[in-house]
Design a protein. Structure first.
Length: 256
C-alpha cells in the first residue's frame, strides 16, 4: 500500500498532489490555511507517520505551490554529495563573479575572508532544543497564507528532493546538492526545514552564530548556497549580512 493510500488518522481536509506531467502523488496538501500548532503536531508524529511537514508558503489559490514538474528528473540523491565540496565550488563561482565585475554589488568578502573558500563553520553552541525553535518558527509562518504539506521523507532535507522541488534551478539544476547542505546544517546549526515556496526556503536555527567572526564564516556559506540573498537585498555587503544573522534563529533563502 502506498503512502497516499494509507494517510494517518486525524489528517485535515486536503488532497494528494500529483505533479505536472506526472501520474503519482508526491505530497499531500491541506485545503485550508495552516493554523498555529499544526506544523508542530505533525513534526512530532513524523517518526510514526513517515511524513515530514512543510508550510507551503504563499499557496493561496495555487494547485501546486512548489511548482513541481514530473518531467524534471532528479539527477542525484542527497547522500551522493558532500556539503563542503559543493559550497567550495559555489564560492569559487561567486568570487569569480565579483573579480570579473559580473555583479553590481561589491560584497566586500575578499577583504574579510579572502578569495579562498574558508571551509565549513565549526558548529556553534545550541541555544535550546531544535524542536523548540522549529515549532516557534512554524507558528510565526502560519499567518493564513501558508498551507500544510506532508511529504513522505526521512527528514526536512530529504523532503526537498522528495517533492521534486526546483527552487534554486537558475543557480544549479540538482536540488540534491542543496539538500546535502541543508542536511549538514541540520547537524551543525540545528537547522530544520519548516517552510517552502516556489523559490523560497525557510529554516529554523537552534545554533546561530553569536559573534561576528563566526557570522562571517556562516555568511560565506550562505553566499555560496544562495547568492541572491545578498545580491538582491538590503544587506548587500558581506559585513551587513553577517551582522543581520547574528543570534537570529531562522534563515530565509530566495533564488531569482
Amino acid at each position: 500500500m502506498t503512502w497516499y493510500e494509507a494517510l494517518p488518522a486525524g489528517i485535515p481536509d486536503g488532497r494528494s498532489v500529483i505533479p505536472q506531467n506526472g501520474v503519482t502523488p508526491v505530497y499531500w496538501l491541506s485545503s485550508g490555511p495552516a493554523a498555529a500548532g499544526d506544523w508542530s503536531r505533525w513534526r512530532a508524529r513524523h517518526q510514526q507517520t513517515g511524513l515530514w511537514p512543510l508550510l507551503a508558503l504563499d499557496a493561496h489559490g495555487r494547485d501546486d505551490p512548489f511548482g513541481v514538474d514530473a518531467e524534471y528528473d532528479q539527477i542525484t540523491t542527497v547522500e551522493q554529495h558532500d556539503s563542503n565540496a559543493f559550497l567550495a565550488e559555489c564560492w569559487e563561482a561567486v568570487t569569480e563573479d565579483e573579480l570579473d565585475g559580473e555583479v553590481d554589488t561589491e560584497l566586500g568578502h575578499l577583504d574579510l575572508v579572502g578569495a579562498r573558500w574558508p571551509g565549513l563553520t565549526p558548529a556553534p553552541d545550541q541555544q535550546g532544543p531544535v524542536e523548540l525553535f522549529a515549532d516557534q518558527y512554524a507558528d510565526l509562518l502560519s499567518t493564513g497564507r501558508a498551507r500544510l504539506a506532508l511529504v513522505p521523507a526521512t527528514d526536512g532535507a530529504h523532503a526537498l528532493t522528495a517533492v521534486g522541488w526546483t527552487g534554486p534551478l537558475n543557480h544549479d539544476n540538482d536540488t540534491a546538492r542543496f539538500a546535502a547542505v541543508v542536511r549538514d546544517w541540520q547537524t551543525r546549526f540545528g537547522a530544520t526545514v519548516v517552510g517552502l515556496g516556489f523559490d523560497i526556503l525557510h529554516l529554523s536555527i537552534a545554533a546561530p552564530p553569536v559573534t561576528l567572526d563566526v557570522a562571517l564564516r556562516v555568511t560565506a556559506e550562505h553566499i555560496a548556497f544562495c547568492p541572491d540573498n545578498i545580491w538582491q537585498s538590503n544587506t548587500d555587503t558581506f559585513r551587513k549580512y553577517a551582522e543581520a544573522i547574528m543570534g537570529v534563529n531562522c534563515w530565509e533563502f530566495w533564488w531569482d
